[in-house]
Design a protein. Structure first.
Length: 145
C-alpha cells in the first residue's frame, strides 16, 4: 500500500512510523502478521504506485504483481519486498495508535538495504522519488514539481 507519510522516530532502537488508512486491507495484514516492509521506489514505479493506491488487495490474489511489481521475501523477515526498490526497511510491528483519521504504526527496523543511489544521503541527481501530494493531485516526481 502506498503510504501518505513515513518518518524515522528513533535511532536507538531504530523505529519508523507510517501513517495508514484504517480501512486498508494491507494494514489489516500488517497488524495480523506483526511485520511489514517499507520499500521506496523511484519514478520508474509511479504507475505501479498509482495502481497500488487505487486497487484493494481484497480484489486480487497478489496486489504487487497485479500492479506490475515483482517481489521476493525479505532477507530477515517474512515480508514482501519489491524487487526494484531503491531502499527497503524490514520491520517488526512495535506499536500502533489511532491519530485522527489514520492509524500510526511504529516498526522496529530489523533489516535495511539500499541501492547505490544512497550513500549517507539521497543523490537526487540520480534518484527521483515518487511523491504523494494528496490524491486529487495524484502522484508526482521531482521532474514534475
Amino acid at each position: 500500500m502506498p503510504v501518505v507519510s513515513y518518518a524515522s522516530v528513533s535511532v536507538s532502537p531504530p523505529l519508523i512510523a507510517i501513517a495508514c488508512e484504517p480501512a486498508s486491507y494491507t494494514l489489516n495484514l500488517t497488524l495480523s502478521s506483526r511485520a511489514f516492509s517499507l520499500c521506496i521506489v523511484d519514478r520508474s514505479g509511479i504507475r505501479s504506485m498509482e495502481r497500488l493506491a487505487t486497487k484493494s488487495g481484497r480484489d486480487v490474489e497478489d496486489k504487487l504483481a497485479d500492479s506490475g511489481l515483482g517481489h521476493t521475501t525479505g532477507t530477515r523477515l517474512n515480508v514482501p519486498v519489491i524487487d526494484r526498490a531503491e531502499a527497503t526497511l524490514e520491520c517488526q510491528l512495535h506499536s500502533q495508535r489511532r491519530l485522527g483519521d489514520h492509524i500510526l504504526i511504529i516498526g522496529l527496523v530489523k533489516a535495511c538495504y539500499a541501492s547505490d543511489k544512497f550513500s549517507d544521503f539521497w543523490d537526487f541527481t540520480r534518484y527521483r522519488p515518487v511523491l504523494y501530494t494528496g490524491w486529487r493531485a495524484g502522484m508526482t516526481t521531482l521532474d514534475r514539481c
